[in-house]
Design a protein around this ligand. Structure first.
Ligand code: ITT
Length: 198
């Protein structure tokens, strides 16, 4: 079986390749195909994940797995939320997004810096699949006062993981995958898929 990962984010691709390896499928990356950029017009992670999965199915004719994820900070009204990848603007990269987050939280105490990562995964067998498989994982932590570590991607250098006394960017890929929002969503997805594709 060929499946396409409906993402253009290399950090996600790296993690998903490992996480989905128990499935008996051949994972392809979206960049191998002519997949037009999906308009992420949803207000929820679920809506955007469905939009991306359907878009990749339509363009490739293959089953697709999409991941819509982001960081939620209650003290910022849930920001950056579904716009996590463009928090500091349409063309902003990880660096600028992290800088904006630190600026928004300047002079806050630890309780005001609580945060969670959210990941919704959607698997669609084809573009008109009436029963897509949808799972969600969350990872609770807090926002550090400055960057620490070089691993991972996105907001990892400022996502403080108290159980390990370090940021997500200082965890090994293996540990991050075991405890992260993406890891949890993927475990649930695999559980639901194994009867069909295991
Ligand atoms: P695709 O839509 O192509 O998958 P994207 O990066 O635009 O790529 P999202 O819209 O789902 O994906 O945005 C997710 C953003 O949330 C991502 O760019 C990071 O900034 C952040 N994020 C998600 N998971 C993360 C993780 O494990 N570590 C750090 N940041 C993460």
């Amino acid at each position: 079986h060929n499946w396409v990962m409906a993402t253009g984010n290399p950090g996600k691709v790296r993690e998903l390749n490992r996480l989905l390896s128990p499935l008996n499928v051949n994972l392809r990356v979206q960049s191998e195909f002519d997949v037009p950029e999906a308009a992420e017009t949803g207000t929820t992670f679920v809506e955007n994940a469905i939009i991306k999965a359907r878009n990749a199915c339509e363009a490739t004719g293959l089953p697709a797995v999409a991941d819509d994820s982001g960081l939620v900070v209650p003290n910022l009204g849930g920001a950056p939320g579904v716009i996590s990848s463009r928090y500091a603007g349409e063309k902003a990269g990880d660096d600028e997004n992290v800088r904006k987050l630190l600026r928004e939280l300047v002079k806050t105490d630890d309780k005001e810096r609580q945060a969670k990562f959210v990941c919704v995964m959607v698997m669609m067998r084809h573009a008109n699949d009436p029963t897509p498989i949808i799972t969600q994982g969350e990872w609770f932590g807090s926002i550090a006062h400055e960057r620490q570590g070089n691993g991972g991607f996105g907001y990892d250098p400022v996502f403080w993981v108290s159980e390990y006394n370090c940021t997500a960017a200082e965890l090994s890929a293996e540990v991050k995958n075991r405890i992260s929002h993406r890891g949890k969503a993927t475990q649930k997805l695999i559980g639901k898929l194994e009867p069909e594709f295991g």
